[in-house]
Write a protein that binds this ligand. Structure first.
Ligand SMILES: Cc1cc2nc3c(=O)[nH]c(=O)nc-3n(C[C@H](O)[C@H](O)[C@H](O)COP(=O)(O)OP(=O)(O)OC[C@H]3O[C@@H](n4cnc5c(N)ncnc54)[C@H](O)[C@@H]3O)c2cc1C
Length: 418
């Protein structure tokens, strides 16, 4: 007789706490100090830090679908800081640091897994770019080295070193490269925020933004068939692929175009691949999850669109490239393919900060790379909302940079690596 099982199973001293327990829904209030539009990782992270560090809890997060159901649920969870510009490296390095402690902070496992990220160079020009990134990284906090074919082969023995007759000449080895469970990040932030008094309203779509004398005063929202007008002191929009649509409702245009981005996953196989591997030349990155599946993806679809349908064209192209890098993948079964809507800027950097409308703040332009920024973006956006001052870490990423030619060009460091 398994007495221990009976003893612990029937004993109320060891209650099971469901990880993602959220308070039951409440009715929308007439007014909040802060309304955050979008219940993805960024929205709930901002709410969490507002409550935790600034004591601002009269906050509503309005999400048209379900918590973390947008790009947060669809991304491939690459976390890294090996960017090209000093502004980029400083910003993303802070995010990596916050990620490393999130499980402790939440008392909830986000499955953070540090495994290193390897980007492959197939040309001399790519090596030159990698040299620059290595040096910028060393100066501003990332752990990155340029390595040769011998070390690459040791790190990834199954890699084809001559894919498509474009030999692997060198690699950018980023030791801080990691992954985390994306849903858990959203759940952890949402739980921490709601425990501190923030309200999360799912199935609540913001349909309009009310601006009076250049200042936001309210948002209009729809819950089922019921319309609401919610007054507010401050609004943060964090709606990723829908950024330019929402900005239009607030009365201004954003330099953002939305493109679909697809990814895929295979059946699970025995663990063989620890680092995350990406090849900008092949527009492909491959990584193995803790369950053994191979997750892989590439660049955005080539046309702007608000449709999250997966396509055969991308499947064929991406599979061909993945198989060039890891030929044995030809024998694997593809389990799923999915798509998200990415809000792309022309310099491949985000837009964070003030907007032309007073008290209406922007957390946008996260394109294919915003999951890794979730903690630091939430923290700095909360500081901006609470103090009205833009933290120095995000100053370079204001929307005004597109007017005065101060773009933060991260195209070369984003590409297929996300
Ligand atoms: C296939 C794919 C792979 C990716 N891989 C990576 C990666 O490996 N690493 C990385 O760093 N990034 C990656 N990204 C990018 C990353 O997913 C996003 O940049 C990030 O998740 C953005 O977070 P968010 O909270 O701003 O957006 P989301 O999670 O999309 O949240 C925005 C929310 O706003 C809601 N919303 C929209 N309009 C309204 C409205 N009018 N009213 C109310 N709610 C609204 C949406 O329903 C959505 O839930 C990838 C993206 C995709 C699609």
């Amino acid at each position: 007789m398994p007495f221990a099982l009976l003893k612990y199973g029937l004993n109320g001293d060891f209650p099971f706490e469901k990880d993602a327990d959220l308070p039951p829904p409440v009715s929308l209030k007439k007014r909040y100090d802060v309304v955050i539009i979008g219940g993805g990782g960024h929205g709930v992270a901002t709410a969490y830090y507002l409550a935790k560090y600034h004591g601002i809890t009269n906050v509503a997060v309005l999400e048209k679908g379900y918590l973390g159901g947008g790009n947060t649920a669809r991304n491939t969870a690459v976390i890294r800081s090996n960017y090209l510009t000093s502004d980029g490296v400083k910003f993303y390095s802070e995010s990596v640091k916050l990620f490393q402690n999130l499980s402790n902070e939440f008392d909830f496992n986000i499955m953070y897994s540090k495994r290193g990220q390897l980007t492959l160079a197939h040309t001399d020009a790519a090596i030159r770019g990698f040299r620059q990134r290595t040096e910028v990284n060393k100066h501003f906090g990332g752990k990155t080295e340029l390595i040769g074919p011998k070390e690459i082969k040791e790190l990834v023995p199954t890699l084809n070193m001559n894919p498509g007759h474009q030999p692997v000449l060198a690699g950018l080895w980023h030791m801080d490269g990691a992954t985390a469970r994306h849903d858990a990040v959203a759940w952890g932030y949402a739980k921490g925020a709601t425990q501190r008094g923030v309200e999360l309203h799912q199935l609540t779509e913001v349909t309009d933004v009310v601006v009076e004398n250049g200042k936001v005063t309210a948002v209009k929202a729809k819950q089922g068939s019921v319309d609401h007008i919610i007054e507010c002191g401050v609004v943060v929009q964090a709606v990723a692929g829908h950024s330019s649509l929402l900005a239009e409702k607030a009365g201004f245009r954003l330099p953002i175009t939305t493109y679909p981005l697809q990814a895929m996953v295979t059946q699970p196989v025995k663990p063989f691949l620890d680092p995350l591997v990406s090849s900008p030349a092949f527009h492909c990155y491959v990584q193995q999850t803790g369950r053994g599946e191979l997750v892989f993806g590439g660049g955005s679809d080539p046309y702007p669109l608000y449709n999250s349908r997966s396509t055969l064209e991308l499947k064929e192209e991406l599979l061909a490239h993945a198989v060039e890098l890891f030929p044995f993948m030809a024998n694997l079964k593809l389990m799923r393919q999915w798509t998200g809507l990415t809000d792309m800027t022309s310099d491949y950097s985000p837009i964070m900060g003030e907007s032309p409308v007073q008290n209406y703040y922007l957390d946008a332009g996260w394109g294919t790379w915003g999951f890794k920024a979730t903690p630091i973006c939430g923290k700095t956006m909360a500081e901006l909302v609470a103090t009205g001052k833009t933290p120095s870490l995000i100053k370079p990423f204001g929307a005004e940079r597109f007017n005065d030619f101060r773009q933060v060009n991260e195209m070369g460091a984003t590409a297929a690596s996300h």
